[in-house]
Unconditional design. Structure first.
Ligand code: PLP
Length: 391
C-alpha cells in the first residue's frame, strides 16, 4: 500500500517526545510502582450526574445521527457561555460542536490552510500542534516563547517569521499547556497587531479557560477587529473533567462555519447526541461546578510552591493557569530528557521532559498536577531530594 506523504509525515519524522511516557507505562505494566505526573487528565472521573444525564439521553432515544453542526441547545449554550465569559456577542451560527478540542483544531487548520501553506505556532507547545498542521498539508513554523520572558511569545521573532514564511495562520494557546503562561493583555494586543499586519487567521486554543490562578483569561477574539479573523477552540475535557466524552467546539465567523460544516459532514458526521446532551447538562451546572473541577490544581499549585521553597535545584515559576508546573532543572547540569529519564529510573517518578514540547522548554520538566494531594506533595519532595544530589 502506498500511503500519502501527508499521512506518513504527520509526525515530521524523528522522535515525537513521548518515549518517557511510554517507558513509564511499560514499567507500570511490569508491576512497578511509578508516580505518574505526565498526562493532562484529572484524577477524578466525570461527575455521576453528568453520566446519568448521558444515560438518560441515550435511553430517551438520542442514539441516532445527531445534527452535524451539533444539537441546537448545546450550540446555544456554548454561544451564551462565550458571550458571558469573553464579552463577544456569539450566536448559535458561530458555534460548531466537534469531537473534542482536537477535532476543532483540525477543522480550524483545514479552514485556514491549503496544501503547502505555513502556520505559525508558539514553542513550547501542546504535543499535537505541528502534527495537526501537517495533517492538513500545512507547514508548521515554530516561534519561541522564552522561559526568560515568562513563556510569553517573542513578538519581534513572530513578526519576522510571519514575514519570511508568508504564513496564513497563527495558533496561540492561553492558558498554556505546557508552560502555564496566561497571556497578558499587552501580549494579546501585540499578537492581534501581528495578525492584522500579516493578514493571519488566528486559531486560539482556550481549552484551559476555567483554570486561571493569576491574572484573568482574555480571549484574543474580544480585541477590536479580531472576531472576523479568529477561530476559538474550546472543550468540555478540562473544564468539566469529560476528556473521554469527546465534546468540544469551534467558534468563528458565521460565514466560515457553513464551510466547516461541510468538512464535518465529510469527516465525523457529527458527535453522538447523548454525549452532547450530557455536555449540555454539564454546562447547566454552572460556574461553581467548573470552579470545583479546577480547585485541586489551584490547591496543588500552592502545595508545590511550599514544597519547592528554600532550595535552588529545581526552580518553579508558579504557573498562572492550567494543570501543570514547569520546573527549570538546569542547575542539575542535565537536559530535561536526561533528568526525566533518571528521575524515572532512579526514583520511579514520571514527568515529561521539556524537550518534548519544543526547544524553548529545554532544560525544564513538566509536572502534571493530576494525582491526589498527599502523593503529589511526596513526589515533589522526592524530586527536590533528587535534584539536590545533582546540583
Ligand atoms: N489543546 C490543549 C492545549 C490541550 O492540552 C489539549 C489536551 O490535553 C487539547 C487541546 C485537546 O483536548 P480535547 O481534544 O480533549 O478537547
Amino acid at each position: 500500500m502506498r500511503l500519502s506523504n501527508t499521512l506518513t509525515q504527520i509526525t515530521g519524522g524523528g522522535s515525537d517526545g513521548w518515549e518517557l511516557f511510554i517507558k513509564a507505562r511499560k514499567m507500570i505494566a511490569e508491576g512497578r510502582d511509578v508516580t505518574e505526573l505526565t498526562i493532562g487528565e484529572h484524577d477524578i472521573k466525570t461527575d455521576t450526574r453528568i453520566l446519568e444525564a448521558m444515560h438518560g439521553a441515550a435511553l430517551g432515544g438520542a442514539t441516532g445521527y445527531a445534527m452535524v453542526p451539533g444539537i441546537d441547545p448545546l450550540r446555544t449554550a456554548v454561544a451564551e457561555r462565550l458571550t458571558h465569559r469573553t464579552g463577544v456577542r456569539t450566536a448559535l451560527d458561530n458555534v460548531l460542536i466537534t469531537a473534542g478540542g482536537q477535532a476543532a483544531l483540525f477543522a480550524a487548520f483545514r479552514a485556514a490552510l491549503d496544501a503547502g501553506d505555513s502556520a505559525l505556532y508558539i514553542d513550547p507547545y501542546y504535543a499535537t500542534y505541528p502534527g495537526t498542521i501537517r495533517s492538513v498539508g500545512g507547514v508548521p513554523v515554530a516561534v519561541t516563547a522564552p522561559a526568560e520572558n515568562g513563556f510569553q511569545p517573542d513578538i519581534d521573532a513572530l513578526d519576522k517569521a510571519a514575514a519570511t514564511s508568508g504564513a496564513k495562520a497563527l495558533l496561540i494557546n492561553s492558558p498554556n499547556n505546557p508552560t502555564g503562561a496566561v497571556y497578558t493583555r499587552d501580549t494579546l494586543e501585540r499578537l492581534a497587531q501581528i495578525a492584522h499586519k500579516h493578514d493571519l487567521i488566528v486559531i486560539s486554543d482556550e481549552v484551559y479557560d476555567t483554570q486561571v490562578w493569576e491574572g484573568a483569561h482574555l480571549s484574543i477574539r474580544a480585541l477590536e477587529g479580531m472576531a472576523e479573523r479568529t477561530f476559538v477552540v474550546g472543550s468540555m475535557s478540562k473544564s468539566h473533567a469529560m476528556t473521554g466524552s469527546r465534546v468540544g467546539w469551534l467558534v468563528g465567523p458565521a460565514h466560515a462555519m457553513g464551510h466547516v460544516t461541510n468538512l464535518l459532514t465529510n469527516t465525523n458526521y457529527g458527535v453522538a447526541g447523548f454525549t452532547q446532551q450530557a455536555a449540555l447538562f454539564a454546562l447547566g451546572l454552572g460556574e461553581t461546578f467548573e470552579e470545583e473541577i479546577a480547585a485541586p490544581f489551584k490547591r496543588r499549585r500552592a502545595l508545590a510552591q511550599a514544597a519547592l521553597k528554600g532550595q535552588n535545584a529545581l526552580r518553579l515559576s508558579p504557573p498562572s493557569g492550567a494543570m501543570y508546573l514547569m520546573l527549570d532543572i538546569r542547575a542539575s547540569g542535565l537536559t530535561g530528557d536526561a533528568f526525566a529519564d533518571r528521575l524515572l529510573t532512579e526514583r520511579a517518578i514520571a514527568v515529561m521532559p521539556g524537550e518534548s514540547f519544543g526547544t524553548a522548554a529545554a532544560g525544564h520538566v513538566r509536572v502534571a498536577m493530576t494525582i491526589p494531594d498527599a502523593p503529589f506533595e511526596a513526589a515533589l519532595k522526592e524530586m527536590v531530594a533528587f535534584g539536590a544530589t545533582l546540583a
